[in-house]
Design a protein around this ligand. Structure first.
Ligand code: C5P
Length: 218
């Protein structure tokens, strides 16, 4: 794989609904970086398992992922809680992780020329996907805050789900993502911790901007 030189690489890991996606979007816009929400790839695979169960095998997935475009990842279907739950189950599969690895590497190290670099968010970005990123962040927030944020988000999208259900689902996903054998969610030693429980989107972004500006010497 070709690796573009002198690009800015920002890696973000976080548990679900901690605000990492929002920050990744803001960072990408501000610094002209290609943004990849890697959770969407696992959700994309999960959606195949749900909607095309008869076709769900490694060969079919390989073909789908080889032809995957970032634009296909914005399908609204991928946002449901059901898809999220199945995503965290299929994300434990070593072969599926291997299939989506190359797609992530291409986005991270060879973003289209119009971008100054890349910003990826997920669970194993600092540890597995971009261990040499210029800036590594671990964004978190307490469980109740995250559940409330996700609940509001799902309600806004007219999804029929209660706060208790969202809380339970996030708790299960946290457990599964942190304790799995392969690429578990964990903070790497060299990443900067940001707790967004009592931090507005704007204040969090300004903190991150300071970190990035210092690193890339603007
Ligand atoms: O970030 P999001 O909630 O969309 O991710 C859905 C699921 O995909 C996570 O719960 C996790 O199990 C899996 N995932 C992963 N590695 C990543 C991103 C997401 O295992 N880099």
């Amino acid at each position: 794989m070709i690796k573009r030189k002198n690009i800015i690489k920002v890696a973000i890991d976080s548990p679900a609904a901690a605000g990492a996606g929002t920050q990744a979007k803001l960072i990408s816009k501000h610094y002209s970086l290609l943004h990849l929400d890697t959770g969407r790839i696992y959700r994309y695979v999960a959606n195949i398992k749900i909607s095309e169960p008869n076709k769900f095998n490694y060969k079919y997935l390989k073909k789908k992922i080889n032809n995957l475009k970032i634009s296909s990842l914005s399908n609204k279907k991928l946002l449901s809680d059901e898809v999220a739950t199945v995503a965290s189950i299929i994300a434990k599969d070593k072969i599926i992780r291997k299939l989506v690895y190359t797609f992530q590497l291409k986005c991270a190290y060879n973003p289209p020329k119009k971008y100054a670099g890349s910003c990826l968010d997920g669970r194993d970005i600092c540890s597995v996907i971009m261990p040499d990123a210029d800036v590594k962040l671990f964004i978190t927030a307490n469980l109740k805050t995250r559940a409330f944020r996700r609940y509001k988000e799902l309600k806004y999208k007219n999804k029929n789900i209660s706060y208790q259900e969202v809380l339970k689902s996030l708790k299960n996903r946290d457990k599964s993502d942190k304790n799995r054998n392969i690429s578990p969610l964990k903070k790497t030693k060299d990443s900067i911790l940001l707790n967004t429980s009592n931090l507005s989107i704007r204040r969090c972004f300004l903190k991150i901007k300071k970190i990035i500006d210092r690193k890339i010497d603007i």
